[in-house]
Ligand binder design. Structure first.
Ligand SMILES: [Zn+2]
Length: 163
């Protein structure tokens, strides 16, 4: 850690793996994580879908290109299209599993905008329920057991529309 970056998930990943991991999106895209640690929900040709670990809210997905790209404008047409389609498929899977009242989709570009990993762009897909807030999981410092995340991952995997 050379930068004062608030990224507790990164510390945890390093601790768990006992080795330095450069980027969780690249690790997930490459399939480098063991099944009991991987939060990958879906693997596409040019992009992957993983569950967000911190701050946690149920079913919070991230869609990222396989390629380590930090500039949105540098996505290829193929990547941009697949990210869009995977986000739409994620909405469908989340609808079937959780039936949320709505969704927020968005890109956090740069650390000041809230990006935990600014050098590998990713589209957030966040299910919303009546009465929830954006920041409650952060303020509450919610500790989530890995089993919960893995269970969510498996439910979304099995409800993901094939093709
Ligand atoms: Zn990366």
């Amino acid at each position: 850690m050379t930068k004062p970056l608030w990224a507790p998930w990164r510390l945890e990943y390093i601790t768990q793996a006992g080795e330095q991991l450069e980027c969780v999106f690249c690790e997930e895209a490459a399939g480098n994580l063991p099944d009991n640690e991987s939060l990958r929900v879906y693997e596409g040709d040019a992009a992957v879908v993983i569950l967000n670990k911190y701050p946690y809210s149920s079913g919070h997905l991230m869609v990222s290109p396989r390629r380590h790209v930090g500039v949105l404008a540098e996505l290829t047409d193929e990547e941009a299209l697949e990210i869009h389609r995977l986000a739409v498929a994620g909405l469908d899977a989340l609808d079937r599993v959780y039936g949320p009242g709505g969704f927020n989709l968005g890109w956090n570009l740069g650390h000041v905008a809230g990006a935990g990993i600014a050098d590998h762009v990713h589209l957030h897909v966040v299910p919303r329920w009546a009465g929830d807030t954006n920041f409650m999981p952060v303020l509450a410092d919610v500790k989530v057991l890995p089993e919960h995340l893995l269970e969510t991952r498996d439910r979304l995997r099995s409800s993901w529309a094939s093709g």
